[in-house]
Design a binder for this molecule. Structure first.
Ligand code: GCO
Length: 254
């Protein structure tokens, strides 16, 4: 069996991993041999998901913290390194959404989205880079979005944060590449997750997504795992500062 996608011996922290895209990425990484550490704020949901992975024979653990509280994230990373010897990978996947017409969109709402979807990724990446530098390198993946270069009304904070996260990906990639740390992003299209439940249940919006996607459907969270494995593995060993679109072609259709 080729070792190209083998993640044996690699410990990877995935934020926002109790459900949806984050959990699917964690499951795929575990299936390729990684020790996955699932993060979320909800400890009970995390424990269930980790038990599911361990019962399936995979190597999984969890770390409960709010990504906007960097001290807690740093403590969690130190604990991961203490227990596992190193931290090879970080996936900044945790994110929130806030949808509202601009005139009702408060500055507090805006700052909350930016804090979770962008600032926390910066802070967690900085601390992860400290640990990765000590062990000769690593990988960071940021979950961005098709939205950023593309926009739609009522989600200005999300769009600003995710576009900023694309830029942060490039900024970190050039700075820490010399340390053997590769930084990339995955840009999902419209994926059938709990975060998008309101959109899935809105027939008009869902029909619009389907009409704008060449594959003619919403994506499934399980379709995001392969991209994470690729970027974490030797197969992605010369990919740095890039955005991998996983959107059924929606981002390139007029
Ligand atoms: C929305 C959705 C999007 C998707 C995804 C699209 O309100 O339009 O939540 O933001 O989650 O990011 O690529």
């Amino acid at each position: 069996m080729s070792k190209l996608f083998d993640l044996q011996g690699k410990t990877i922290l995935i934020t926002g991993a109790s459900r949806g895209i984050g959990f699917s990425m964690a499951e795929a990484l575990a299936q390729h041999g990684a020790k996955v550490i699932l993060n979320a704020r909800d400890g009970s949901a995390l424990k269930q998901k980790v038990e599911y992975l361990n019962e399936a024979g995979w190597d999984a653990d969890y770390a409960v913290f709010d990504v906007t509280k960097i001290e807690d994230g740093l403590m969690a990373m130190a604990d991961i390194v203490q227990k596992n010897g190193s931290l090879f990978g970080l996936i900044n996947n945790a994110g929130v959404q806030h949808r509202s017409p601009i005139l009702d969109f408060t500055t507090t709402d805006f700052e909350h989205v930016l804090s979770t979807n962008l600032t926390s990724c910066f802070s967690l990446s900085r601390e992860a880079i400290r640990f990765m530098s000590d062990s000769g390198g690593g990988r960071i993946i940021n979950t961005v979005s098709m939205l950023g270069p593309q926009a739609r009304p009522t989600v200005p904070a999300y769009i600003a944060a995710k576009e900023g996260l694309r830029a942060l990906t490039r900024a970190l990639a050039v700075e820490v590449g010399p340390k053997g740390i590769l930084v990339n992003a995955i840009a999902p299209g419209y994926i059938a997750t709990e975060l998008n439940l309101a959109l899935l249940e809105n027939k008009e919006f869902s029909d619009w997504v389907i009409s704008k996607t060449p594959l003619g459907r919403w994506g499934n969270p399980s379709e995001l795992g392969g991209g994470a494995v690729y970027l974490m593995s030797d197969a992605g060993g010369f990919v740095n500062g890039q955005v991998l679109a996983i959107d059924g072609g929606m981002s390139i259709q007029v």
